[in-house]
Design a protein around this ligand. Structure first.
Ligand code: PNW
Length: 478
């Protein structure tokens, strides 16, 4: 293996999520999720954008799979829309919803692309939110039933399963800062939601194990913070410890070690006594996993200080309530360096830190980067091509970091870039483009950007081209 190669069988994929790409919001029996409702609440999503049409993947899926095949991808991570397959979040399935995913999976398999299913990427059926949402324990129980239902329908052909995508975002942005659906802002609810998301992961994993053949591989995708202290001052180091507890250990503690760390309980004790954690919950959450998915975009820099502004990373603009419970005195800072169109600093060292950390922490569970990528202000040239050299540089530096983590001993088995297609970027609507394939949001035409061609070469060869070759490889082949 040459210095620039990835291991044989390494997965080179792309990722998407249901609400961000499917559209067809009220077709074939689908009912509203919390994101449909949130998008209709004035002022919540930039430009009043919605996922009603999104990039119409629900009708264009066959062409989109052909695109993936043309781009040499050997894996595709997508999510199931809960309210498309089980509209009320309870009871029987809608066959047409399941048929859509079955056709998609069959097409992927026919093209040699491994389907990688995420059961929950933030689009809770509205009826379950009306019954209390993630702060309620029953939501975790409903999730386990939904997991069984999907496993029963697709388990004969799908081996790779992820319970939740980024429970931090669901709990902290959905119930803390309120910048994501359902837009609630109560810091005690954040902690209740986090616990019930953990429980959903644990009960969901058990349901998948029961429903799936032995070859199924089950995991979860977290978005851990690569958190650093601004200085070595003990107060800043303590701020780092607290954010590590709130961002990371609140999820990986129960999932990987079967505990909520004592410092987390103490730090949040003025908000809750954690009595929502029932006997047996930690054992239910602490399930053996076959994969740990890590989503990474940018590091997090903190210090102790009461009088500094709200974080960039938590926020969509700032000025709103902090997502972080019991952390009003902690300041968040912009990490120095170039930023993306999201304002997120480009710094792959955080990814290396996280991969090495979770390699040790999990005792060797295979790791996957289930999201990594960058938003750019992409525009087609007059000749119709789309050049995104900044994205190529971002992907190159992060893939180089992954390769280095593997050389340093981390068992990393795959990489999914975010995202295949430009899509609905949550509170930012269609104003931010993460795709390696450009989408004209009027005509919905797809144009692979130069980064898609570049990544296709990486996927085909399993090698990272030398940086000087970036431009040449990235040139679109007409
Ligand atoms: C992730 N933050 O979202 C999601 O999994 C994707 O659906 C999304 O499109 C992508 O990253 C890009 O944003 C995040 O504020 C949203 O820390 C916000 C944060 C992190 C991840």
């Amino acid at each position: 293996m040459s210095q620039s190669s990835f291991p044989a069988n390494f997965l080179f994929g792309s990722a998407t999520s249901a609400y961000q790409i499917e559209g067809a919001a009220d077709e074939d029996g689908r009912t509203p999720s919390i994101w449909d409702t949130f998008c209709r609440t004035p002022g919540k999503v930039l430009g009043g954008d919605t996922g009603d049409v999104a990039v119409d993947h629900y009708h264009r899926w066959r062409d989109d799979v052909q695109l993936m095949a043309d781009l040499n991808l050997n894996a595709y991570r997508f999510s199931i829309s809960w309210s498309r397959v089980q509209p009320t979040g309870r009871g029987p399935a809608v066959q047409r919803g399941l048929d859509f995913y079955r056709s998609l999976v069959d097409e992927l398999l026919a093209k040699g692309i491994t389907p990688w299913i995420t059961l929950y990427h933030w689009d809770l059926p509205q009826e379950l939110e009306d019954a209390g949402g993630w702060p309620e324990r029953a939501t975790a129980e409903r999730f386990a039933e939904y997991a069984s239902l999907v496993a029963g329908a697709l388990g004969d052909r799908v081996e790779r399963w992820t319970t939740l995508n980024e429970p931090w975002c669901s709990a902290y942005l959905g119930y803390g800062s309120g910048v994501h659906a359902p837009g609630r802002t109560d810091h005690a609810d954040v902690l209740r939601a986090a616990h019930h998301l953990n429980l959903a992961h644990g009960l969901g994993t058990q349901a998948l194990r029961a429903a799936l053949p032995g070859r199924a591989q089950i995991g979860v995708s977290i978005n851990p913070a690569a958190v650093r202290a601004l200085t070595d001052d003990p107060d800043d180091l303590d701020a780092r410890r607290r954010i590590d507890a709130l961002a990371n250990r609140i999820f990986d503690g129960p999932m990987l070690r079967g505990v909520y760390d004592e410092d987390l309980i103490q730090d949040t004790s003025r908000l809750t006594d954690w009595s929502f954690v029932k006997d047996g919950d930690l054992a239910d959450i602490h399930q053996p996993l076959d994969a740990l998915g890590i989503n990474y975009y940018t590091p997090t820099l903190v210090s102790a200080s009461a009088d500094r502004k709200l974080p960039r990373r938590d926020g969509h603009g700032g000025g709103e309530q902090s997502p972080w419970p019991a952390a009003e005195d902690i300041a968040f800072h912009q990490t120095p360096g170039e930023t993306t169109d999201m304002g997120w600093t480009i710094d792959p060292t955080g990814l290396h830190d996280l991969l090495m950390h979770y390699h040790r922490e999990t005792g060797g569970i295979p790791l996957y980067i289930t999201e990594n990528g960058m938003a750019c202000d992409d525009k087609p040239s007059p000749d119709g091509t789309v050049h995104d050299p900044d994205r190529i540089a971002y992907l190159h530096s992060h893939l180089e970091t992954v390769r280095r983590a593997i050389a340093d001993g981390a068992d990393v088995r795959g990489y999914f870039l975010w995202s295949l297609l430009d899509n609905f970027e949550w509170a930012y609507g269609y104003s931010k483009r993460f795709g390696t394939v450009y989408v004209d949001f009027e005509s919905l035409a797809r144009i692979p950007k130069s980064s898609a061609r570049w990544y296709a070469e990486v996927a085909r060869t399993g090698e990272l081209p030398a940086p000087r070759a970036l431009d040449a490889v990235g040139d679109p082949v007409a």
